[in-house]
Design a protein around this ligand. Structure first.
Ligand code: HDE
Length: 707
């Protein structure tokens, strides 16, 4: 007996080093100290644990005993840690915040959150990609989910939107086919998080209603720079209903305060390698340093007469109402100011449902929305495993609530007392309220019961064309490049041709460009169309990202490359200018510890050159010292840092000593343009930062011939 006790103690000591602990020093740095005081580790049943390093064995070398309840509980729980990932939108990232109402909208809606100016409603927002698994990369070419949960005083309201205002299909019955086609092919199980494969383009090319959405997905909207710089859309037409039961149609738009911004494809591919968590890291960092992202909620409001007169059906989710025709009205702002304490508890377990609407918000008959209203409740039961998923704190309402739903797996709260039904004559428990309760807008509907698609949904090309002609020349070339890239991954030539035949109905130059790049021998005939493409729709400037960028470099990040001997004064001036612009920076140095500046002070680095490629930054500044150039020129990652920044049309600030690096990166002095800015003084550092608001030098693009 004594022998066993002794050997147990010995193995506990050799299995782990107990007496070490990292503590923060005065400057915030972590260093190792002796162990501090910790609370006692317990089992899930609350029993204190004596040894968490060794399972209970007979003698030091086993066998292990089944009697070890702590070991069994720990492993059992671990074995059950995973829940099914979302069938779509599996990879997501979320934050807490609030929605603040600008002024009362009582004229349009009785929804409680819109009654009082200044009213703040708690919010939880989850951004996501659609096609990839939970562990896929952030910069996939894909739609982004933009799901907002507002904990109103009259129940949770979920606006489960996307960063694109239209969708691929017009009827929810096609959703499983669309998703099967875009996800990994079922036999080989690849490609992951990519639409560039035969199945997707086969389905799309057989589904003309998807063409408008295809234009958006092939644009830079599908590779946003940050969740913070993208729009959100409710997509469908909804209704607002006021206290007099009058209805106004509405479309929901979230507009980012910091303007729109995307990356370019070549950059996206490299970001995925350098930092697959680029978007989540960006949101996490911004919120942690107090740069709270903000969006304005804008509403497109219209009545039945407008709907009747509008050239497309407002129930068709493949159509927009151009903002120039129906300007959106700002009604409030959404601010994200707190990260979840735990990813699984909140971001993973949050259950968004389109059917979560408070009184005053109602649905339209959009067949996609109607189908979604079934799907979301059903999917939560599968994913979260119990009808009691509303008991999970992130899903529970924050207003008072009372009902008689009871029991089931993991019930956290059941009705208290004798009465669990109504009506009852004990005078106990909640009763319904005709005044406060949700009452659907009493729309009169009639018709034959048939499987039909409305004639008014038949134009599939006109708005696709309108989107295309609303883009700048550079943005149009990105769409052509994206289509070419995606279709180049399609192995079956007939599918490529079928796609080009659709493009012919959208824009002939676009079709020719793609056909030429794909090496098509001859142009196919335009695809059969139910209706001819309208050539008379005006371009809508609201649809361009470049036309809707920021006014300042605010919220963006500069990558500053330094070496030993870098000019301390210049660095200081650059930092001050960035601070003033509300922007951030990272220091990149040959060694991750940092570098010694010209005045002998130490510059802490955030990244080693290999770990901080320029694709991670919105612009770059090169501040090497002349003495360090010989070594720097040997680093291929330093060359790539500059070559990529130039090819991606970024602004580049440089000191004279950096010039040999340009040569090494293949950039001749003739190639220098307005985006290559010499920063020899503090004044020039400031004007360099001022010029960064433009974000990119698109004029450079035709010369660097990105794909
Ligand atoms: Fe979704 N969608 N969807 N969707 N969707 C889901 O619900 C579905 C559609 C959107 O961050 C699922 O909880 C159908 C349009 C977002 O948790 C599921 C149809 C739009 C999210 C589902 C659509 C969206 C989802 C999977 C065709 C933009 C992520 C997991 C009728 C307006 C929410 C889940 C989050 C998630 C069904 C089409 C947005 C299966 C049947 C259109 C942002 O219920």
């Amino acid at each position: 007996m004594a022998k066993t006790t002794k050997s147990t103690r010995v193995s506990a000591r050799t299995a782990t080093i107990h007496d070490q602990k990292l503590e923060r020093g005065e400057g915030g740095e972590l260093h190792q100290t002796a162990a501090g005081k910790a609370s006692v580790l317990t089992t899930a049943q609350g029993g204190p644990v004596s040894d968490d390093q060794n399972s209970l064995k007979v003698g030091p070398r086993g066998p292990t005993l089944l009697e070890d309840f702590h070991f069994r509980e720990k492993i059992f729980h671990f074995d059950h840690e995973r829940i099914p990932e979302r069938v779509v939108h599996a990879r997501g990232y979320a934050a807490h915040g609030f929605f603040e109402t600008y002024k009362s909208l009582a004229k349009y809606t009785k929804a409680d959150l819109f009654q009082r100016a200044g009213e703040k409603t708690p919010a939880f927002v989850r951004f996501s990609t659609v096609a990839g698994s939970k562990g896929s990369v952030d910069l996939a070419r894909d739609v982004r989910g933009f799901a907002v949960k507002l904990y109103t005083q009259e129940g949770n309201w979920d606006i489960v939107g996307n960063n694109i205002p239209v969708f691929f299909i017009q009827d929810a019955i096609k959703f499983p086919d669309l998703i099967h086609a875009v996800k990994e092919e079922p036999d080989c199980a690849f490609p992951q998080a990519q639409s560039a494969h035969d199945n997707f383009w086969d389905f799309i090319s057989l589904t003309p209603e998807s063409m408008h959405m295809v234009m958006w997905v092939m644009s830079d909207r599908a590779i946003p720079r940050s969740f913070r710089f993208m729009e959100g859309f409710g997509v469908h037409t909804f209704r607002l209903v006021n206290a007099k039961n009058e209805s106004t149609f509405v479309k929901f738009h979230w507009k980012p305060k910091l303007g729109l911004q995307s990356v370019v494809w070549n950059e996206a591919v490299k970001i995925n390698g350098a930092d697959p968590d680029f978007h989540r890291r960006d949101l996490w960092t911004a919120i942690k340093i107090g740069n709270f992202p903000e969006w304005e909620l804008q509403l497109q409001l219209f009545d039945q007469d407008f709907a009747d007169a509008f050239e497309f059906d407002v129930l068709d989710p493949t159509k927009i109402i151009p903002e120039e025709i129906l300007p959106p009205v700002p009604v409030g702002r959404l601010v994200l100011d707190r990260m979840p304490d735990n990813f699984f508890a909140e971001t993973e377990q949050v259950a968004f449902m389109t059917q979560n609407v408070p009184p005053g918000i109602d649905f339209s008959n959009d067949p996609l929305l109607q189908g979604r209203n079934f799907s979301y409740l059903d999917t939560q039961l599968k994913r979260l495993g119990s009808p009691n998923f509303t008991h999970i704190p992130i899903n529970a309402p924050k207003c008072p609530f009372a009902h008689f739903q009871q029991d089931g797996h993991m019930a956290m709260r059941n009705p208290i007392g004798r009465v669990n039904y109504q009506p009852n004559s004990f005078g106990e428990g909640p009763r319904e309220s005709a005044q406060r309760g949700f009452t659907p807008f009493p729309e009169v509907v009639e018709g034959e019961k048939r499987r039909l698609r409305a004639e008014s949904f038949a134009d599939h090309y006109s708005q696709a064309r309108q989107f295309f002609i609303s883009q700048t020349a550079g943005e149009q070339s990105h769409i052509a490049a994206a289509l070419t890239f995606e279709l180049s991954k399609v192995k079956i030539p007939a599918i490529r041709e079928r796609m080009v035949s659709h493009l012919l109905n959208i824009d002939e130059t676009l079709a020719s460009k793609v056909a030429d790049k794909l090496g098509l021998q001859k142009m196919p005939k335009p695809a059969d169309a139910a209706l001819p493409t309208r050539q008379d729709l005006d371009p809508s400037p609201a649809l361009s990202i470049v036309e809707n960028g920021p006014e300042r470099f605010e919220g963006r990040k500069l990558g500053i490359l330094v070496t030993d001997g870098s000019d301390a004064g210049l660095l200081k001036a650059l930092k001050a200018a960035l601070d003033k612009a509300g922007a951030t920076f990272e220091i990149i140095a040959p060694k991750v510890t940092g570098a010694k500046a010209s005045d002998g002070s130490w510059i802490d680095a955030d990244q080693m050159i290999d770990g901080g490629p320029s694709v991670l930054y919105d612009a770059v500044a090169l501040l090497p010292a002349a003495d360090a150039m010989e070594d720097l020129l040997l680093e291929s990652s330093a060359r790539d840092f500059l070559a990529d920044a130039f090819a991606h049309c970024k602004f580049i600030g440089y000191v004279g000593a950096a010039l040999p690096l340009f040569e090494k990166a293949g950039i001749a002095s003739d190639d220098f343009d307005e985006g290559c800015i010499s920063i020899a003084s503090a004044k020039e550092a400031k004007s360099f930062v001022d010029s960064l608001a433009k974000l990119r030098v698109w004029e450079r693009e035709p010369h660097v011939k990105m794909p």
